[in-house]
Write a protein that binds this ligand. Structure first.
Ligand SMILES: Nc1ncnc2c1ncn2[C@@H]1O[C@H](COP(=O)(O)OP(=O)(O)OP(=O)(O)O)[C@@H](O)[C@H]1O
Ligand SMILES: [Mg+2]
Length: 263
């Protein structure tokens, strides 16, 4: 898809029915083993949804389906009303407005924090290629705003390779934000972080709430409690939704305690 077509389609993201993501009866079989088994899940526009569940429940595989890395064996996945994710490439899905952060940070270690954000902006295929052009003041303003948001203002001239693990994770979230995704997928964002970094990441996500639709997979229940607030938490188990509700509701659910929280 050329830049113009993708820009037009992007503006065409139709969320008139309130949801930004619809997964309908999705199954993913790996040689007959169902990593995802008739999964149904919707995310509303602006929602911050936490996904929890035991190892092997299918959380990462679900993100692979949403981002086009894995094709569903059956079922449908829609982004807004008009993007059929199962027919799109990973590239097209990213440029339609779904951004994903993997567990391991993948920043450019030999470049400064500022340069990483600048590169993320220039890799955004929605804008004209401007790799060697100087930044406009609007672009600089955007980078400054994101530096503050990810708590790296003051560190913008440090090499990314010298940042702590948590700071690298924030930088990668910042690089995602540069591309202004409408739906952000975060797979275990606080794994390996210190307690202080985890607390700041919860603050960061609480600030992003409502500005983007966000799906967060995490095993750190303290962190999930901080960011779930009164919103919905989905518990996955054996490739399907076992329970869904407020954090206090799912924590009190016997089935959830049996398969996950009670362990
Ligand atoms: N490419 C693959 N081929 C075969 N089996 C796979 C593949 N990818 C995932 N699986 C299996 O599918 C199941 C779901 O894995 P997945 O990584 O989605 O779980 P998860 O919920 O993310 O777990 P964790 O909390 O440990 O990250 C697991 O049993 C896994 O071994
Ligand atoms: Mg996983």
């Amino acid at each position: 898809m050329n830049t113009l077509a993708s820009a037009v389609k992007r503006e065409g993201l139709d969320t008139t029915h309130g949801a930004i993501l619809y997964l309908n009866d999705i199954t993913v079989s790996f040689d007959g083993f169902k990593a995802i088994n008739k999964l149904n899940l919707d995310i509303s526009v602006g929602e911050l949804r936490c996904i929890i569940g035991p190892n092997g429940a299918g959380k990462t595989t679900m993100m692979d389906v949403i981002t086009g890395k894995t094709r569903p064996t059956s079922g449908t996945a829609f982004f807004g009303q008009n993007y059929d994710l199962a027919t799109m490439t990973e590239y097209e899905i990213a440029h339609a407005g779904i951004g994903r952060k993997f567990q391991r940070p993948t920043v450019f270690e030999q470049h400064t924090v500022f340069e990483n954000l600048e590169l993320a902006m220039k890799m955004d295929k929605r804008v004209r290629p401007t790799l060697f052009a100087r930044l406009t003041s609007e672009q600089e303003g955007k980078i400054d705003a994101i530096l503050r948001q990810i708590r790296l203002n003051g560190s913008e001239h440090r090499l990314a390779g010298l940042l702590s693990h948590g700071q690298k994770q924030w930088l990668e979230i910042g690089m995602l934000l540069m591309q202004e995704p409408q739906l952000i997928l975060l797979d275990e964002p606080v794994a390996g972080m210190s307690d202080a970094e985890t607390a700041r990441t919860a603050e960061l996500l609480n600030e992003l709430r409502g500005k983007h639709s966000i799906m967060v997979v995490e095993h750190d229940m303290g962190f999930v409690t901080e960011i779930a607030q009164q919103g919905k938490v989905t518990v996955l188990h054996e490739g399907s939704v076992l329970a869904e509700g407020r954090m206090d509701q799912v924590q009190a659910d016997e089935r959830v305690i049996d398969v996950y929280l009670g362990r």
